[in-house]
Design a protein around this ligand. Structure first.
Ligand SMILES: [Zn+2]
Length: 342
């Protein structure tokens, strides 16, 4: 089994030595991909760090959470896998039906070329979903790097999101990511035009290496409806910079499970980053010589988190906030709106 959980003795050892005394009692993972049987194309499975998976449902997730965080109470924000060739509606319907809004919370995949404002009104209004997951690839431009944030989120849809205080899980486009001036402008525009919408910049705005974040967070600090999830960031200096720069209440723990369960690590080299994995993956350099014993991206992320927390002498209340309370507050506010407080 490719998954790096405490089922492997070496990971249990890491958990006991490094995380048992560090992690709070309750863990809300704000960034998880869940896709039921029949969503992925048979010839195009999801690649979790180079390991093909045809489905990852809530049963898989429940079991894995138990094996990644033994003894902890765990919850997750779940959305489908945003690959345009997959069955988006099958994925959305499954999550809407299977998430209980107590332990598992569903966000809706959103494709601006397929989904109408009326669909979104109905799906957010009925409480089937508390947020949306757009993605650059859904915009359908020949060059995905030319996609802009506003192409991913048309105004009529943002008006609904704003009215309902819903959440946007935003994977920002463009090669320069957080450092891109157009992204910076459009994040500001989005947050200010829709002040009740909650905008989450996934993967800390995809700033997986230090140079991408330094000097680029500052201009967003005054936007109190912009939040940052930590998914797949393995770099302690990036996390330390975030923790030092942004108010704690805007930081959310997330992992990108099931990808986060794969063996590997994200590394910085010469102001760039790549992943290193034991098996070939289209996003990684792989350890062809079998030199290394890996643990999961997820445990590497926790290590980076722990190191940043310790260097900044942050308290256990900071940890409770980022691992649980901040996310629950956002979900509760979206839930209140859906329950008719409009
Ligand atoms: Zn993701």
């Amino acid at each position: 089994m490719w998954k790096e959980t405490t089922k492997h003795e070496r990971n249990l050892k890491i958990f006991r030595e490094e995380f048992e005394g560090f992690l709070p009692e309750r863990i809300l993972d704000f960034h998880v991909h869940v896709f039921n049987e029949g969503v992925t194309a048979p010839d195009k499975p999801v690649s979790a760090g180079g390991n093909p998976i045809a489905k990852y449902d809530l049963n898989d997730l429940s079991r894995d959470l138990l094996e990644v965080y033994p003894g902890r109470e765990s919850m997750a924000v779940c959305f489908g896998f945003p690959e345009p060739s997959y069955d988006e509606h099958r994925n959305n319907d499954y999550l809407a039906g299977a998430c209980d809004n107590r332990r598992f919370f569903a966000f809706r995949l959103f494709n601006p070329n397929v989904d109408t404002a009326a669909d979104i009104e109905s799906d957010l209004g009925s409480g089937r979903f508390l947020g949306l997951k757009p993605y650059p690839d859904y915009v359908g431009k020949a060059d995905v790097h030319s996609v802009e944030i506003r192409d991913m989120l048309p105004d009529p849809v943002m008006e609904i999101v704003n009215r309902r205080s819903s959440i946007i899980m935003l994977h920002i486009p463009r090669k320069d990511r957080l450092a891109d001036p157009l992204n910076q402008r459009q994040i500001r525009q989005l947050a200010q035009s829709y002040p009740r919408a909650k905008i989450i910049l996934a993967h800390i705005g995809r700033a997986y290496f230090l140079k991408n974040i330094v000097g680029n967070l500052e201009s967003l600090i005054d936007l109190d409806n912009v939040h940052y999830d930590l998914a797949m960031v393995n770099h302690w200096e990036v996390m330390e910079y975030l923790f030092r720069t942004v108010p704690a209440e805007r930081i959310l723990y997330g992992t990108d499970i099931p990808i986060g369960l794969a063996p590997g690590k994200s590394v910085e080299i010469n102001d760039q980053y790549t992943y290193v994995t034991p098996v070939p993956w289209h996003l990684s350099i792989s350890d062809d010589h079998g030199k290394l014993v890996f643990t999961s991206f997820l445990y590497e992320e926790l290590r980076a988190n722990k190191r940043a927390v310790s260097r900044l002498s942050l308290s256990s209340s900071f940890l409770r906030a980022i691992f649980y309370e901040n996310g629950m507050r956002l979900l509760a506010s979206a839930k209140r709106k859906m329950e008719g407080e409009i």
